[in-house]
Structure formats: C-alpha cells, structure tokens
Ligand binder design. Structure first.
Ligand SMILES: *Cc1c(COP(=O)(O)O)cnc(C)c1O
Length: 448
C-alpha cells in the first residue's frame, strides 16, 4: 500500500467519483476511509467515527460480520467463479434460490433471478414486465409508471423511471413511455395537502387519472419504493401501497416493489411489501443481500410471473449478467441471510429506528435549520434542512456541508443528499451509538 501522502496527493486526481463533479472532488477531497470495524469506520488520519450511513444503506450487519467474510473466503477457495447462463449452475446459487424462496414466501415470491446489483435487478424487472405481457398476448403494454422523487438506479431503464431530475437531465433522452405520479410527500406536494392520509388519496387519484389518460392496456408495470429512500426517506401513509396494488390489479398492470433498501429488515419489517401488507409481482433486492461485501442482487418473482414464463418453451429469458448467480456473491448472501435471521435484526432496527426518529424530532425543536424530520419505520431517517422554516427554502450546499463536516469531527459520518441529511446506519448498532450520532448531529446543526 502506498503511503498516506501519496494517497492524499492523488485523491480524486485520476479517479472520477459517482454523484459529484470531478471539479468538486478536487476542491472538497473525498475522505479516505482505510478500515472499518463493527459499526464504525476509520479514515487515513486515524479518526474513527460511527458510520450513520451504513456504507450506502447496505452494511446492515456491520463491518466485522465474520460469517460473511468466512463464506466469501471459503467460496473463493472452492469455486471462485462460474457462469449460470444456459447449461451450467453452481451449488451456492442453487442453495440461495431455495433460501430466498423461503424468506420471501410471505410476500408471495417464488423464484429468484440473480444480478450484480440494484440497477440490474430493476432493469430485469422492467424487461420481464414487457415480456410477460407479450407472452400473454398483450404486446401493446409497454409503458411504465413510477413516483416522482423515486430512485431506481442508473441504467437507462432505471433512469427513465427515476423521479428526480438531477439523475435524468444530463442523460436525456431516456426511454420513452415512462410516466411519473406525484409522491406522497407530505412536506412538499403539488396539492398543498398536509394530511398524510388525504395526500395518499390524492396521489392515488392522480395515478388513476394517468392510467385513464394513457390507456390501461398500454401500461406494463408500476414500480414503487415501499419507502422512498434516496429521494429523502419518504414513508407514505399506510393506506397508500395497498391502494396502488388494488389499482394495478384492477388494470392488469404488474406491480414491482423496488426493495433494494427496504428488503432484509431495514424498515423494522422483513420487506417493504410486508410492512404495508401488499403482494407485488416482483421485488427488486440488492444492497444488504451481501452486507455490502460483494456486488450482488436478486430479483424475486411472484406467481403471475411463474405462470407466464414456466411450462412455456417460447418464454426465453433473453438477457443476463456475466455475474448472475456469482458463486462468491451467492455464498456471501447465504451467510448474510443466516446471520440476518439469527440476529433477528428487524427488532433492533425497529427499536433503534424509533430512538433515532424521536432524537431527530427533539433536534428539530432546537434547530430552525430543520424543516422536516421523516422516518419512524426502522433505521431509515432523514432530516430535511431549510434556510427558512416558513418559506421552506432549501438550505444552501455550503451550510449542508458544514453540518456534515462538523458531525464528522464529532464522531458520526452522515450523508448529505441535496437538502436532506440521511441516516441509514447498520441495523446492529446500540442505543449508545444512536446517542453518539444524535449528539454529533446536534454539533453539526449548531455550527451551521
Ligand atoms: C441503491 C438503489 C438502487 C440501485 O442499486 P445499485 O446497486 O446502485 O445499482 C435502486 N433502487 C433503490 C431504491 C436504491 O436505493
């Protein structure tokens, strides 16, 4: 390993970072993280902080999770790679498909299609939606519906259903036939509705309007995050997802839940679908599936998909990823699933999540810079920062950076995404860890 001066000098010099400009990386050099243990990370200067980001919503079991590391090492020794394209398979992927079918049985999921991450899982779900309708004699159903503020990854299909202009503009034109419905975002919405339940009904009415306008028989699928994540942690009213499911069912539209964040316990339920009591046709999962230790994803498929694709020689799945069913990823996922169940992480996620949410609400009483606090379902919490509470004008980027920097000095890595400060720590953190995060945040907010 090169010494720390070399690394600092070359930081962001030969390396373009995602989600920022090369210019910004030069002026605000990325923190260089060199090790991690438990729920904490340590930077190149030896400064250790609690990682309130949890990697990137994915290190649910913390950084030290030995069974996952051991499974990866053992798999590398026996079979480091083999493809699962037509004609070959591997033991780890087979076992994982069995375990996932058990795990997601309550959600109505029966099959897995393995991918190398979240975007791949979304892309495959969109593709299989169109193919599903072709197989059933409705080739005109090609359009997709999704929510404004939604985040569904980076591939062109994913970006097309994304509901945030920041991730779209530079890459347009995107895929035609994708339409966006207002999100049930109580703090800001086009209806000026502040009651979450009434807002849910208004959004659902907008969905019905859009379906009538497009023609139901032109729409393949609707994709939603059970709780919007990157868009700023937006939990809908509990009535929302069941109403969406009902409308999709009545109109022959497939329902896809993007559970890249919400699957495997983060919300205090084992999946977002279970949290809201719905049964989607497909569930996209990735991130925590391997605790962030290996790039991997699984698209889960329900009964309608099975009926259309199985016992049908014409139903060829005409795409795949070189790393679909990667044996090392599958072995990591198997160990991860076993640990996730053994530790019953949903329980701690729910308890610590409530503590975090209440703590952030208490901070709101003290800091005018906080416009809104969202969460209350497990360890997904966001603070939306404003420069003025009455006008709700968003905080400027510089002040947001101060919050992050000072929180970091005081012991917690938090994530800034636009005006939102997002907290998505490992699900195994302790009550004291949450207190440390909250007091670091308090310091950051005071400084700004
Ligand atoms: C992270 C994320 C994705 C994209 O996953 P990648 O692994 O980055 O491709 C898709 N949807 C949601 C909800 C996500 O949070």
């Amino acid at each position: 390993m090169k010494d720390s001066n070399f690394l600092k000098e070359n930081n962001a010099r030969h390396f373009w970072h995602p989600m920022t400009s090369p210019e910004d990386s030069k002026h605000t050099p990325p923190k260089i993280i060199t090790s991690a243990q438990g729920v904490s990370i340590t930077d190149i200067d030896g400064h250790e902080v609690i990682d309130a980001v949890g990697g990137l919503w994915n290190v649910n079991l913390g950084y030290s999770c030995q069974p996952v590391k051991d499974a990866i090492a053992a798999q590398l020794d026996t079979l480091p790679y083999y493809s699962t394209f037509r004609g070959t398979s591997n033991d780890a992927a087979i076992e994982l498909s069995y375990e996932l079918a058990e795990f997601f049985k309550p959600d109505g999921m029966l099959r897995s299609f393995f991918t190398s991450g979240g975007s791949d899982s979304i892309e495959t779900a969109l593709r299989l939606s169109r193919q599903y309708h072709k197989l059933r004699g409705e080739p005109g159903r090609t359009k997709f519906l999704s929510l404004k503020k939604g985040y569904h990854g980076t591939h062109f299909g994913c970006a097309s259903v994304n509901g945030n202009a920041n991730f779209r503009n530079a890459y347009e034109p995107l895929m035609p036939g994708c339409f966006h419905i207002p999100a049930p975002y109580t703090y800001r919405n086009p209806f000026n509705e502040t009651d979450p339940e009434k807002l849910a009904h208004l959004c659902v009415a907008a969905l019905e309007d859009e379906i009538a306008f497009q023609g139901a028989n032109t729409i393949a699928a609707m994709i939603i995050e059970p709780i919007l994540g990157a868009g700023g942690v937006i939990p809908p009213h509990p009535s929302f997802a069941p109403m969406v499911q009902d409308i999709c069912n009545r109109n022959g539209i497939l329902l896809i839940t993007d559970e890249v964040i919400t699957a495997y316990g983060r919300t205090g339920a084992w999946s977002g679908a279970r949290l809201w009591g719905i049964k989607p046709d497909m569930m996209c999962t990735a991130k925590a599936i391997t605790n962030g230790f290996f790039p991997f994803g699984a698209l889960m498929l329900g009964e309608r998909m099975v009926e259309a694709f199985e016992d049908n020689p014409a139903a060829k799945i005409a795409h795949g990823y070189t790393y679909s069913g990667h044996p090392v990823g599958a072995a990591a996922a198997l160990a991860c699933l076993a640990e996730t169940k053994r530790l019953n992480v949903v329980e701690n996620a729910a308890e610590r999540g409530t503590q975090m949410f209440n703590g952030c609400q208490a901070l709101m009483e003290k800091h005018d810079i906080i416009g809104d606090v969202r969460g209350g379902y497990g360890l997904m919490t966001a603070i939306e920062m404003v420069s003025d509470r009455t006008t709700k004008s968003p905080i400027n980027a510089k002040s947001a950076q101060v919050v992050q920097d000072v929180a970091y000095e005081n012991g917690a890595m938090v994530r800034i995404s636009g005006p939102n400060l997002i907290l998505s720590p490992s699900l195994v953190l302790s009550a004291e860890d949450v207190d440390t995060i909250l007091s670091a945040l308090d310091a950051g907010l005071s400084a700004a």
